[in-house]
Design a binder for this molecule. Structure first.
Ligand code: TMP
Ligand code: ASP
Length: 254
């Protein structure tokens, strides 16, 4: 079989040409990066976990009517997705203060937001993904006012869904980042959820203990990242088989 054509390689994923026009294959790497790739490592099994977790969240979101790029999982590390034109924004939703908002406003981590806050960063590692006001986004033509209204309402639906699912697993959804793509269908295009939803792009705290179950474990050297992601997958009932990291204890079969 001819080698697939690589379309794009990012920090955590690779996109290959898909089997049909309008599709791509999204491959999840084990690479972990933080602080705009200043800190990097390879975490065995991370790609497998994120492939499954992103499938789980996107499928659930599709079930409540949120349009996503996810079509189907192909194997342990790959999923078939709709090709989209990515809007160059990190759309961030915050329920509690943490990370950059805590630093910027001197707010203690964990402080509840008066309501979910949606903010936008311009996707550019070299610039450190700077926070941008809507005025920049519209003036520079990255998205229209109508697009932004649609993006905010989509982001809030994702937040409601993800907060509920996480709460059911004893996890607090502190914040998360999504990316939105334009999906072209003939002369029309619509905005759909793209990229991934995984513990790489969320802050997840255990409700009881406050234990961090997300990429902050790696950013802040708090322990084993794959253990944390495996815990999230286990609580959600998304346990991939054959993950190098999965426990191999004998189990009792009833
Ligand atoms: P922040 O506190 O660094 O602004 O990040 C807020 C949330 O968004 C956090 O869960 C991490 C996520 N995020 C990404 O996944 N990628 C990014 O490039 C940025 C800026 C944030
Ligand atoms: N853009 C940020 C980075 O690459 C996101 C993160 O920390 O995960 O560091």
């Amino acid at each position: 079989m001819a080698r697939r054509k690589k379309i794009y390689e990012g920090k955590a994923k690779i996109l290959y040409e898909g089997p049909e026009p309008g599709t791509l294959v999204q491959y999840f790497k084990d690479d972990a990066t933080a602080f705009n790739a200043e800190k990097r490592d390879v975490i065995d099994g991370k790609g497998v976990l994120n492939n499954r977790l992103s499938e789980f969240f996107m499928t659930g979101l599709a079930n409540i009517g949120v349009p996503t790029h996810f079509l189907k999982r192909l194997n342990m590390r790959e999923q078939l997705i709709r090709a989209v034109e990515i809007i160059p924004l990190e759309v961030i939703v915050r329920n509690f203060a943490a990370g950059s908002i805590s630093k910027r406003l001197g707010m203690e981590e964990g402080t509840p937001m008066p309501r979910p806050i949606v903010e936008f960063s311009y996707k550019d590692d070299a610039l450190g993904d700077p926070l941008v006001p809507e005025e920049y986004i519209i003036a520079f033509g990255w998205a229209s006012q109508q697009d932004l209204d649609d993006i905010v309402s989509l982001a809030l639906r994702v937040n409601d869904y993800m907060s509920g699912v996480m709460f059911g697993a004893g996890i607090k959804l502190v914040d998360f980042k999504i990316e939105i793509g334009r999906h072209y269908d003939g002369d029309f295009h619509r905005l759909i959820l793209a990229d991934e939803i995984s513990p790489d792009s969320c802050r997840l705290w255990d409700i009881e203990t406050g234990r961090k179950l997300d990429k902050d474990v790696f950013r802040r050297d708090l322990g084993d990242l794959a253990d944390a992601y495996t815990e999230v997958a286990r609580r959600l009932g998304v346990m991939p088989t054959n993950v190098t990291h999965a426990p191999t204890k004998p189990t009792l079969i009833n």
